[in-house]
Design a protein around this ligand. Structure first.
Ligand code: IMP
Length: 200
């Protein structure tokens, strides 16, 4: 893929900063939807991939530049994959402390002993008037009995990744990025699209 500019289909400054940092070693000018006065694209898809594609393809068409869209969330198996694509909207007024309590109550109410869950992140890179490439990263784990830790964001305090006995909220950023759904999706995207663009 030959392109010099990549538009991130997001208005979330934290996310844009993180993406800029991850792509800093590569020859690509990362700009946000805000920078180009592009609108917010509503997440109307039923899957992470649909939402990631929707954001990337809509803004690639509008701007004429290559565009990166992403979507992510937590899927709990005994709740049939809930909250899934609704992970952000599941939190009342973006209060994730409350959302985690609600989720723990919902799991308890099922009576199930199965606490397995996974985080998924899908990245879509859309070419204006062309094909879209999609990359998925996933991390399996389980839902803790109670919240612990203060790092990270969202559902981190109740998610224990497979092979560990502490929640994501007890990991440093670097430790989490090395095994997280987002980190894995980025590693795949970089290997396929950005490797050849490494700054010398
Ligand atoms: P979005 O990908 O910006 O739409 O966000 C999806 C939602 O999923 C976030 O608001 C978080 O609640 C949740 N989520 C996604 N990734 C993580 C993570 O790494 N840790 C905790 N929660 C996450």
């Amino acid at each position: 893929m030959k392109f010099a500019k990549l538009v991130v289909a997001s208005h979330n400054q934290g996310k844009i900063k993180e993406i800029k940092q991850m792509l800093a070693p590569y020859q690509v000018d990362v700009v946000s939807a805000d920078d180009l006065k592009l609108p917010d694209v509503e997440e109307t898809g039923k899957t992470f991939e649909e939402n990631a594609r929707l954001k990337a393809e809509t803004l690639a068409k509008m701007s004429g530049f290559y565009c990166l869209g992403d979507d992510s969330g937590l899927c709990v198996n005994c709740l049939d994959g809930k909250p899934g694509v609704y992970s952000a909207r599941y939190a009342p007024n973006r209060d994730f402390d409350k959302a985690m309590d609600m989720l723990l109550d919902e799991i308890k109410a099922t009576g199930s002993k199965d606490r397995s869950a996974y985080f998924s992140c899908v990245l879509a890179v859309a070419k204006p008037n062309g094909r879209t490439k999609v990359f998925e990263g996933r991390v399996n784990g389980s839902i803790a009995e109670k919240k612990s830790g203060s790092n990270g964001f969202g559902y981190d305090p109740i998610f224990i990744p497979e092979g560990y006995s502490k929640s994501f909220a007890n990991f440093t950023n670097e430790e989490k990025n090395a095994i997280s759904h987002r980190g894995r999706a980025f590693q795949k995207m970089i290997a396929e699209i950005f490797k050849e663009k490494k700054k010398s």
